[in-house]
Design a protein around this ligand. Sequence first.
Ligand SMILES: CC(C)(COP(=O)(O)OP(=O)(O)OC[C@H]1O[C@@H](n2cnc3c(N)ncnc32)[C@H](O)[C@@H]1OP(=O)(O)O)[C@@H](O)C(=O)NCCC(=O)NCCS
Length: 178
Amino acid sequence: MKIAQYQASQAETVIELFANVFSDSEGADEGQVIARLVDDLITTTDSKDLIGFVATENEFVIGCIFFSRLVTANNANAFILSPVAINTENQGQGIGQKLILEGLSYLKATGVERVFSYGDPNYYNKVGFKQINDSIITAPFTLTYPEGWIAQTLNELEISKQDSVISCVDALNKQKYW
Ligand SMILES: CC(C)(COP(=O)(O)OP(=O)(O)OC[C@H]1O[C@@H](n2cnc3c(N)ncnc32)[C@H](O)[C@@H]1OP(=O)(O)O)[C@@H](O)C(=O)NCCC(=O)NCCS
């Protein structure tokens, strides 16, 4: 398996990956919602505010993750990891964790201080995320699933109230995603 940064030429392939993976796991409607989200992220986000990583096996795309910029109260260098998809047949082989860890290590090396996500803490705690309290470290929208509000620091400073998230990129700026 190879992991490399997402390239614009892969747009169609990764949108299809997200559509298929989420259709399989959560139904066709959710597949379309996430495919649309990824399309929006790719087409509307400034390149300095979006970074993706793609896992391939024999040139075939088997996983993809995106990180997009967040604005926090203390103006930390912060990103959110969302969404993540591993090809249905390749799940449970450690690919998701490898892809996320590689992405985090790249972000750390480029000076990113905070990474948030919104998902199942039982999975994301395997790659360093911890639950945070959205009444202290706020999210940009009301959370439907507050247990899923998670974050990790990439420097030595602990995450605090000052890291509250004020805004996200346009593609994620919709209550339905939160
Ligand atoms: C969730 C997902 C990204 C995990 O990637 P993966 O490569 O399959 O997972 P890994 O092989 O790295 O990790 C497997 C471990 O995570 C656990 N795990 C996998 N998916 C999980 C989930 N949704 N919730 C909790 N734990 C999960 C497995 O039980 C396994 O645990 P173990 O190591 O203790 O046995 C992938 O299965 C996927 O794309 N699922 C469908 C889409 C989705 O739910 N995306 C995440 C929300 S954006």
